[in-house]
Design a protein around this ligand. Structure first.
Ligand code: GLA
Length: 695
């Protein structure tokens, strides 16, 4: 990056393959400039309308008068506080402070890189320094990424809906704007705040030498991410931040606003390399640790009992779960007073004495006696109209402008932008965790916010920002005060999953779809942006909402073993043979768990094609272990007899590997070029192969 000679912005000189001999600072291309202003062409790191005129800007400023926008300058980079460059451990941080022409506003941009991972992190803060003027920001994005891919690019993104999240989709962008986002107060089931961008030639083929770029927004409220391609500048601009439809930021005199971080990475290895880069960052930087404690084998009773919970039946399930090898027993929805269906009870977080005559702590103790940890489901942001909490505090729910209340899943949402509501949520969780030996919390959020806002509050149009920060505050309190408690983040399945949630929770409930064939497709998309060590996945008896074909019992397990294995079936209804087999499979999972959670993953094929596989490779200082989970859902229905072989990519060519469970030894080159046999020893439609490097 360099500062423009007139100080009006930072520009991106180069981002991509290392250039021997160095890179010239960006300069204005003469030819183009005869018809466009310099600011509209410049690959600005952060653009403000008022400086830019026709191109997209990350910042819109409204001072309540006829002046549009703001023109920021870092006039004297040598002046105190204007530019600072700090090395903090593994991170290098560049902070540049700009002041607008009126002196009323400052813009501070922060860019950091790390030697520990390939991710560049950026943020922006705007401060209103005027003594008396209120300034509003109709758009205040986090930053723009002027990607040097030319005008034609492929954008890979994730899209879906309830029980159908994380499908890999792509567009080819040549002219115009592509935009995704959420206006729902949560990250959303529809889109994930992350894209992968690759350069295309005129025939729409990838220009492999240019690698690929991943851009993400670390935010769990309303958001928008857009890519814009125009003829000037030869750059594709990706901009993202808090959604500008639902949010207007108000800065009273003296106030400032910090936009959420946007992160990006470049990989020479194309989109697959971008996924590996994200996973490494999520493992080494975002996760508090990768140990088994916070990614245990869960038994969750939701599918077995739904709202019809009672202590005897939960204990019976717990006995089975312990026998199978589960490490935590989680009682899902339905344990608290009034919660006999999704129509009532949310907000009244007292164990139902009719269901637990001796209290919840008695069940928890019995679970501990079975050598498992105990966990519960909570939805602290939700409230039922039919609840004591709502009767006591109707003013705590969102009801913008006093319009009629709208319920979704029969519930309303508490306004976590209010300090008193956050304090109430914190107290409620402290009370639960201190009174009962709970060490696993599944935090759900089943209601998008359709009516956010707070009448009479100048900051009411920032409800989504405030709500999200309230949510983070509580998660951070849990980490600080209850470090042993594992948090599983959930929102009607995968409705609130992003890097910011990954930084504050341990695992995420990927989707309410547990039918194995559909689920495999969802996990395929999930793994392109998010890692296996957070991907909570249960074996259930469900068939799937879309693809209802039969697969083997083992296939159900290997789908869930691709991340953080859990069991959600009514295990008391399993046959004795199934129970024995499940116990064996859980034991097998515990053997490969470390490789799955810590390894780099390469995806082979697509779930709907024959021989889909996930190859996890974990390299320690002197050893390498590779685990390959193979799926072929129709194999036993096809007529082909040829022995299937799979070509692996993560083995070192001249190293030798022992294949677990056999005497066979292969070299990395053999495995890559000739492939290895898949014996389908585990079941007719799935297998697990493990390779250990020798010497
Ligand atoms: C949501 C979750 C499910 C389950 C139910 C309980 O749908 O995604 O896993 O917890 O709520 O009501």
């Amino acid at each position: 990056m360099s500062l423009l000679p007139d100080g009006t912005g930072l520009v991106l000189d180069h981002w991509g393959a290392p250039v021997i001999g160095g890179v010239e600072p960006w300069s204005e291309p003469e030819r183009v400039l005869s018809f466009v202003t310099p600011a509209d062409v410049a690959p600005l790191e952060y653009a403000s309308a008022g400086h830019r005129h026709t191109a997209f800007s990350e910042l819109l400023v409204d001072r309540g008068d006829s002046r549009t926008g703001a023109r920021f300058t870092c006039a004297d980079p040598e002046a105190a506080g204007a530019v600072s460059f700090v090395i903090d451990g593994e991170d290098s941080i560049l902070i540049v402070r700009f002041v607008d022409e009126s002196g009323e506003l400052t813009l501070t941009t922060r860019t950091s890189t790390s030697v520990a991972h390939d991710v560049v992190r950026r943020s922006a803060t705007i401060e209103n320094r005027s003594a008396s003027r209120t300034i509003t920001l109709p758009r205040v994005f986090s930053g723009g990424w002027a990607l040097p891919v030319g005008q034609r690019a492929r954008i890979d993104y994730l899209a879906g809906s309830w029980a159908n999240e994380f499908h890999r989709e792509h567009v080819e962008l040549h002219w115009g704007t592509f935009s995704i986002g959420s206006r729902q107060g949560v990250t959303s089931l529809a889109f994930s705040p992350v894209v992968t961008v690759s350069a295309l030639d005129d025939d729409s083929h990838a220009i492999a030498e240019l690698g690929a770029y991943g851009i993400a927004l670390e935010w769990s409220g309303c958001w928008r991410l857009q890519a814009e391609s125009v003829a000037v500048g030869e750059r594709l601009r990706v901009s993202c931040g808090v959604d500008d439809d639902t949010t207007t930021v108000t800065l009273l005199p003296g106030e400032s606003f910090s936009a959420p971080d946007t992160v990006g990475l470049w990989s020479p290895a194309g989109p697959g390399g971008v996924s590996v880069g994200w996973h490494k960052y999520q493992r080494d930087y975002l996760a508090r640790d990768l140990g088994e404690h916070h990614r245990p084998v869960v038994y969750n009773s939701w599918y077995a009992t739904e709202f019809d919970v009672n202590v005897e039946q939960q204990l019976e399930l717990a006995r089975y779960a312990a026998e199978l090898g589960a490490e935590v027993f989680v009682v899902d929805d339905g344990w608290f007073v009034g919660r006999v269906s999704d129509k009532a009870g949310l907000g009244d977080w007292t164990p139902d004495p009719a269901k637990f005559p001796d209290g919840l702590a008695a069940l928890a103790q019995s679970v501990l006696d079975l050598k498992m940890r105990f966990g519960i489901w909570v939805e602290p942001e939700g409230v039922s109209e039919d609840s004591d909490l709502y009767r006591r505090h109707p003013e705590w729910v969102y009801q913008a402008a006093g319009r009629p209340l709208v319920t979704v899943r029969n519930q309303l949402v508490l306004d976590l932008g209010r300090d008193d509501v956050v304090a109430w949520v914190e107290d409620l969780l402290r009370r639960l965790l201190n009174s009962t030996p709970i060490s696993y919390l599944k935090w759900d959020m089943n209601r998008s916010v359709s009516d956010g806002g707070r009448a009479g509050d100048p900051h009411g149009r920032e409800w989504s920002v405030q709500h999200t920060r309230g949510y983070y505050r509580v998660l951070e309190m849990l980490r600080r005060e209850f470090p042993g408690v594992t948090v599983e983040a959930c929102s009607s399945g995968g409705g609130r999953i992003d890097n910011a949630v990954l930084a504050r929770s341990d695992v995420v409930w990927t989707s309410d779809e547990t039918g194995p064939v559909d689920r495999l497709g969802i996990q395929h998309g999930f793994l392109s942006a998010y890692p296996a060590h957070v991907m909570s996945s249960w074996v259930s008896d469900e068939r799937g909402h879309h693809d209802r074909r039969d697969v083997s019992f083992e296939f159900r397990f290997t789908v869930a073993m691709a991340g953080v294995l859990g069991i959600g079936s009514d295990v008391t209804a399993w046959t004795p043979d199934q129970c024995v087999r499940a116990g064996e499979l859980i034991a097998r999972y515990k053997q490969i768990r470390e490789i799955v959670h810590r390894g780099d993953v390469t995806v082979h094929g697509r779930p709907e094609l024959p021989l889909y596989a996930l190859e996890y490779s974990q390299t320690n200082e002197h050893t390498q272990s590779v685990c390959v989970i193979v799926y072929d859902r129709d194999r036993d229905r096809r007529r082909d007899t040829e022995a299937p072989r799979i070509r692996l990519s993560s083995l070192v060519a001249d190293a030798r590997y022992r294949i677990e469970g056999s005497d066979a030894i292969v070299t990395g080159a053999q495995a890559a070029v000739l492939g290895v046999d898949v014996p389908f020893a585990l079941a007719a439609d799935t297998d697990i192969l493990v390779f250990h490097r020798l010497g």
